[in-house]
Design a protein around this ligand. Structure first.
Ligand SMILES: [Mn+2]
Length: 479
């Protein structure tokens, strides 16, 4: 007992000393009640003092806390930059990322965090998040249910926790003119989901996941969400020897159909999105890539109910470029949203880094411009600081850099469009099909006998150069 008292005093002293060191907090960290004129979450004043609203200062600015290329109101290719991008902050990375990795402890100690997962902490964090977005000038955000509110002992208690935080988020959205790009349910962290959620071998887990998604759809709708995302982190397998793949895929399809039905039942008009990823944490995830997800949706009659959320780092994990995944989604009418991040060329896993490669950003924007934009989707920064980046201002710098890089991508696409020579190169490459026989082939009206007759008439075809290096020259000259 005495030992417990000493431990308690020690922990209290630790909390107080952390608090004093930051000089911001006005009362004990995990207080639920109001104190000292502060908010009920025990935090008074700004979360990011000394950082004002981030402004566009142009490419010559040396101020790291300014935009050099992203100018929200500037019109490019007939649309304001902010409307091309519809940028979004991912709550989980920016406000729940701790810097922990499988080998090491958390490295971030944000001044507003008290080390607990209490409801008061969840609310304080939410207020910090909205101040962050307001200062950054980003108008949208995304969340996982379990990242914004703590689990309770029962589903009912968990839902009540979520409702309390969501009510605050709604108030903050209205006060800051910020919208919800999408919500999602976290169906991979809790041990109950170790075999999957919709593809779990346990019917009780399938039902639990359904109840969780039902609630997540409801709160996303309540917050005016424009989309809802399914990322099936554990919807896959570790070994085929203990897996009935056909049964699991059937279950997944039933689950997604039930979600689409419930969406309509509650009058939620947001787009449902599937986020392909090949593996990690499972050995093999069922929505491997855009083409696999497309075939799945087609097989189960779910086309029309779902689109895709393409994540660049997931694209490279599946052996594709982000551009390939975006084009696959686009040409099939499935490009719904982009999780804007990138991987590391030498690391073989999902590093979720902010995209800073201008060439890559230009390719991404080529697809988005060809798609005519991405609304009602957007660019969600599913990206996190490196473990070693521990200053509060790093959160701002990372987002600014990601936004500036994509803005440069858009500006480059405008240059390429204006120049026109890349599009002309592609047009010329296929011009032999702009003929009578080409039109017959494309209309599905040229049978093999007709084509054989043509070969007899034409003889050996002359095959021109692909001009890849010229295409690359034109592309790089726009960067
Ligand atoms: Mn990722």
């Amino acid at each position: 007992m005495k030992f417990k008292m000493i431990l308690l005093l020690f922990l209290l002293a630790l909390v107080v000393s952390t608090v004093n060191a930051e000089g911001q907090q006005t009362c004990a960290a995990n207080l639920e009640a109001k104190c000292d004129g502060g908010s009920s979450d025990g935090w008074k004043g700004e979360f990011f003092p000394g950082i004002s609203k981030i402004k566009y200062e142009g490419p010559t600015s040396k101020n790291p806390l300014s935009y050099k290329w992203y100018n929200a109101e500037e019109e490019i290719l007939g649309k304001k930059m902010k409307d091309w991008f519809r940028f979004s902050v991912a709550f989980w990375h920016t406000f729940r990322g701790t810097g922990a990795d499988p080998f090491g402890a958390p490295t971030k100690s944000w001044p507003w965090e008290d080390g607990t997962n209490s409801l008061a902490m969840a609310k304080r964090r939410m207020r910090a998040h909205f101040e962050f977005m307001d200062k950054l000038g980003v108008e949208r955000w995304c969340f996982h249910d379990r990242d914004i509110a703590p689990d309770g002992k029962t589903l009912m208690e968990t839902n009540a926790n979520l409702d309390e935080v969501v009510a605050l988020a709604k108030e903050l959205q209205e006060g800051n003119k910020i919208k919800l790009l999408w919500g999602t349910a976290q169906l991979f962290f809790h041990p109950r989901y170790m075999h999957g959620a919709a593809t779990s071998s346990e019917v009780g887990v399938y039902a639990y996941a359904a109840a969780q998604v039902k609630k997540a759809l409801e709160v996303t709708h309540y917050l005016g969400g424009e989309n809802y995302v399914f990322w099936g982190g554990r919807e896959g397998y570790q070994s085929l020897l203990n897996t009935d793949m056909q049964r699991e895929l059937d279950h997944l399809a039933r689950f997604l159909k039930a979600a689409a039905d419930y969406k309509k039942k509650i009058g939620f008009n947001g787009t449902l999105l599937i986020e392909p990823k090949p593996q990690e944490p499972t050995k093999h995830q069922y929505d491997w890539d855009a083409a696999t997800a497309y075939a799945f949706l087609q097989k189960y009659g779910l086309l029309g109910e779902f689109k895709l959320n393409i994540e660049c780092n997931h694209a490279t994990l599946s052996g594709h470029s982000c551009h390939h995944e975006l084009e696959t989604a686009r040409i099939n009418g499935l490009l719904g949203n982009i999780d804007a991040n990138t991987g590391d060329p030498q690391i073989g896993w999902d590093t979720d880094q902010f995209l800073t490669d201008i060439g890559e950003a230009t390719l991404v924007m080529l697809s988005v411009v060809r798609n005519g934009g991405i609304a009602p989707g957007g660019f969600n920064f599913d990206a996190k600081l490196r473990r070693e980046s521990t200053d509060v201002e790093d959160l701002f710098i990372a987002h600014i850099s990601g936004m500036d890089t994509l803005a440069r991508g858009l500006r480059n696409v405008a240059k390429l469009t204006e120049d026109g020579s890349l599009a002309e190169l592609v047009r010329k490459r296929y011009q032999s099909f702009d003929t009578e026989i080409g039109a017959l082939i494309e209309a599905g009206k040229a049978d093999f006998e007709t084509l054989e007759k043509k070969v007899m008439e034409w003889g050996e075809p002359s095959v021109p150069s692909g001009k890849q290096e010229l295409a690359e020259m034109i592309f790089q000259s726009a960067l």
